[in-house]
Design a protein around this ligand. Structure first.
Ligand code: GLC
Length: 415
């Protein structure tokens, strides 16, 4: 339980999200931040919907409808949901098409739809979204698992949402020289993706970025679980069984291939399946997808107990001991509110409510010190990146849980 005034924080979140609300072509979405991030981003919108449900469930529904509005309906990538939608056009310089990107982001649409339904009780939106969510997950299986191991392969670091994390420097594609050089490589990679028609197998064989990431795959397992529960409630029971069986296979693959032992958490690179090495805080996100056995979850929770009790603001996405730790450098160890929310939820799903509460408290402290910033310096608590960043309102969702505004989550205690 944390001590914050619910209506005051609702007002703050509402004011921020409303000022970031964009109307376009009969749709409504929330931009991540004014001027820096005007487009719609996939995982941002899922987080926005999770906050909007407390303020305006109709807007939460619209946010999710907008995120799937540009889902591909033909071609090899039919079913893919783009990570960016350019509602006012302008995507052609980078993506060679005006209205969308050619890659995706962490799949949280079913998770968000279920969370919205959990509060609104109105199942129309979930019912309406089901076909899109089904074909999105079918697309992963068809196009993004070239080695058939039940783990999704990513073809660009932007797909993870952790754009510049040092873990990508050890892939064959990226060579770390400077922040600017790695940014230039990320941009240059887009032209190659387009040239290869985003074919994961061909890209892997040609030596491009091709990564099975632990956080991404466990988030996917969580989304498949949420999809299964939505199917059981408002859709097709046959689909419910299929999707939960798939979620179990994804989790088993994570446990088999990514978690070699209790203290060795690895990722796999490319088809040669070379371990990528240290994941930084991404391994804690695996709690959210219930990707780990209870014993390892307990170990990760103990690490997190130390992290939330340390003077450094939690959770640095790269540990301070890492050679590439840069507290103010983009994705080199900063605290990211949406990562904190995922880990907070994962801790609760495994029953570690006390650690989760401490994480919520300390996330609030950052926002109180520095405002709704995009991310934070873990050493000073200083805000970094954009101001008035929408996903930082996720603290409201933490407050709702801490103050018992929502009953046990559908995913809690189910492992
Ligand atoms: C940055 C983040 C990415 C996020 C986007 C919009 O690119 O790295 O995860 O989706 O901003 O907030």
């Amino acid at each position: 339980m944390i001590d914050r005034d619910w209506s005051e924080w609702c007002d703050e979140a509402r004011a921020l999200l409303t000022s970031n609300l964009v109307r376009s072509n009969g749709h409504r979405y929330t931009r991540p931040a004014p001027s820096v991030y005007e487009q719609q981003w996939l995982w941002d919108s899922c987080f926005h919907a999770i906050v909007w449900r407390w303020l305006d469930p109709a807007m939460a529904h619209d946010e999710l409808r907008a995120v799937v509005a540009h889902q591909l309906d033909r071609g090899a990538d039919a079913g893919m949901v783009p990570h960016m939608t350019y509602w006012a056009g302008g995507g052609e310089t980078l993506w060679q098409r005006p209205e969308r990107s050619v890659i995706t982001q962490p799949p949280l649409i079913a998770v968000a739809a279920e969370q919205v339904l959990h509060v609104s009780g109105d199942d129309r939106a979930a019912r309406e979204l089901l076909p899109a969510i089904r074909s999105y997950h079918d697309w992963f299986d068809r196009r993004r698992d070239p080695d058939g191991d039940d783990l999704v392969s990513l073809i660009h670091p932007w797909e993870t949402g952790w754009d510049a994390a040092p873990r990508w420097n050890r892939t064959r594609y990226f060579n770390e020289t400077s922040d600017d050089a790695s940014k230039a490589q990320r941009h240059a990679l887009v032209a190659d993706l387009v040239r290869y028609d985003c074919d994961a197998l061909a890209l892997a064989q040609a030596g491009y970025f091709h990564v099975e990431a632990i956080d991404y795959n466990t988030v996917r397992a969580a989304d498949l679980d949420a999809l299964s529960r939505l199917e059981a409630r408002v859709g097709d029971p046959g689909q419910a069984a299929l999707r939960s069986a798939k979620a179990a296979r994804v989790r088993a693959a994570v446990r088999r291939k990514m978690l070699l032992s209790a203290d060795e958490v690895v990722d796999l690179e490319g088809l040669d399946e070379k371990p990528i090495g240290d994941e930084g805080a991404a391994k804690y996100v695996a709690l959210f997808g219930r990707g780990v056995e209870p014993a390892l979850a307990a170990q990760l929770a103990e690490e997190l107990r130390a992290i939330v009790s340390a003077p450094i603001h939690p959770i640095p996405t790269v540990p301070p001991s890492h050679p590439q730790f840069g507290p103010g450098r983009y994705w080199r160890g900063n605290v990211w509110p949406q990562v904190n929310w995922l880990v907070y939820m994962g801790l609760r799903q495994y029953g570690h409510h006390d650690i989760a509460t401490r994480l919520a408290e300390r996330t609030f402290e950052l926002v109180e010190q520095s405002g709704f910033r995009e991310y934070f310096n873990p050493l000073t608590g200083e805000g970094c990146g954009s101001h008035n960043h929408s996903w930082t309102t996720l603290v409201l969702d933490m407050l709702a849980r801490e103050t018992g505004r929502v009953g046990a989550d559908p995913a809690e205690g189910a492992h």
